[in-house]
Design a protein around this ligand. Structure first.
Ligand SMILES: Cc1ncc(COP(=O)(O)O)c(C=O)c1O
Length: 411
């Protein structure tokens, strides 16, 4: 266990690491983002909001206001559940989607990512099964892997989760703990679950006594079509709903929230107490001030307009420059991503290496989003972070690499 060195024992870290962390790997996306950080690279890799749109002046004013008027409270420890006025604001806001929440149903978290971790901590025993889409959000897999669940995947099509397959899985597997879904503007797939599938999904979950984790960071970023009811509005008791200020305001504030029944919230609160006591009081005061002064709504309207244009530019450029045969991609109604399925012979990892090296373009190879492997011939493209001219140029260069690689593998 320990190595003796000069009469002293030195810890062998490899050996003392807990079993649950032995196989843990860094996120493939974080590694890719390191490459994409080079400013000369046209990056469609990250899931980053456009930094030029951050409401910096409003943050400055909110800081000034909070420190002048509530400095002592804002810099003090706070309740684990979160700052009550902000929870009241969230409860009021989600009412427009038919979510009947009161502050006792809400827990503020360090982003939705912490919410995913807390869900794992509270609900997962080793070996429990989770139903996820294939592909699904990589960060959820990362959050849950240390609890050693197994993933049972269902495919998705251009309308999101194949809900018919969920029932097949539930008939076959009796050890499913919950179903994890992203009904709005899926990451990475860019799909939106239609109303009938939403209804069917909550119906199936109730029939088999399984609960649902509804991850909804992008719901406010809709560029076309009508808002659809969140799953939690269709079956309040069976759904744990997650959302965040990361995509509407700024990810650097690390502020998200969970909506669930009081009983669930109470357990999540205990899990969070052991993790970080509470989310930053100061940040909650600042964000509350911004929300309360009515700044968020017009801000979201502004970013929607910019992102819609960028999505359209990317889709148009893809029509123009991507090969047609064997290629298909999603046309997202909102969010930050679209997903591309390519001919089986193409390997997105290889393409990524070529694209960065030869064309200065980055994206995320889709296999990262397949919990049980697969998806080698897929990729995720982000359209929010690059200005239109760079999107056009990047897609043009990427299209060239795709055509060239297609020729090469056919030979
Ligand atoms: C589907 C999904 N869930 C959760 C998160 C985590 O968001 P946050 O910044 O609130 O931790 C992200 C971030 O990209 C996401 O795409």
């Amino acid at each position: 266990m320990k190595t003796k060195l000069d009469g002293h024992y030195t810890t062998n870290w490899e050996e003392v690491i807990a079993d649950r962390m032995k196989e843990a790997k860094p996120s493939a996306i974080r590694e890719i983002l390191k490459v994409a950080q080079d400013p000369t690279v046209i990056s469609f890799a990250g899931g980053l909001p456009a930094p030029e749109l951050f409401p910096i002046r409003e943050f400055r004013e909110a800081c000034e206001y909070v420190l002048t008027n509530n400095g002592q409270q804002a810099l003090q420890y706070g309740p684990t559940e979160g700052y009550r006025p902000l929870k009241e604001w969230i409860a009021e806001t989600v009412m427009k989607y038919g979510v009947p929440a009161v502050p006792e149903n809400i827990l503020l978290t360090n982003g939705s990512q912490q919410a995913l971790d807390l869900v794992g901590k509270v609900f997962l025993n080793e070996g429990d099964a989770i139903i996820t889409d294939e592909p699904t959000y990589l960060g959820a897999i990362q959050a849950w892997n240390p609890y050693r669940p197994k993933y049972i995947t269902v495919p998705l099509d251009k309308q999101g989760t194949r809900v018919d397959k969920v029932e097949e899985v539930l008939k076959e597997h009796k050890d499913v703990k919950f179903i994890y879904v992203l009904p709005n503007f899926h990451n990475p797939a860019g799909t939106t679950l239609p109303l009938e599938r939403r209804q069917k999904l909550v119906e199936i979950a109730a029939k088999y006594g399984i609960f649902i984790i509804e991850d909804d960071p992008y719901g406010e970023l809709r560029y076309e079509g009508e808002d659809l009811p969140p799953l939690i509005s269709l079956h309040k008791e069976n759904v744990i709903y997650l959302s965040t200020f990361s995509k509407t305001l700024a990810p650097g504030v690390r502020l998200g929230w969970i909506i669930a029944s009081e009983q669930v919230i109470q357990k999540l609160v205990i899990a969070k107490q052991g993790s970080d006591l509470h989310t930053s009081t100061f940040i909650q005061y600042i964000v509350y001030d911004i929300c309360h002064r009515g700044i968020l709504k017009p801000h979201v309207k502004r970013i929607r307009k910019v992102y819609r244009e960028r999505r359209d530019v990317m889709l148009k450029a893809m029509e123009e420059h991507f090969p047609k045969e064997g290629f298909t991609w999603t046309h997202p109604e909102g969010g930050l991503f679209l997903f591309v399925w390519m001919p089986e012979e193409l390997d997105a990892q290889k393409l990524f290496e070529r694209a960065v090296k030869e064309a200065g373009v980055a994206f995320v190879p889709g296999s990262s989003f397949y919990p049980n492997g697969g998806g080698k011939n897929t990729m995720r493209l982000n359209f929010s972070c690059m200005p239109p001219e760079r999107i056009k140029e990047g897609i043009k260069r990427l299209g060239k690499i795709l055509k060239d690689e297609l020729e090469r593998v056919k030979k």
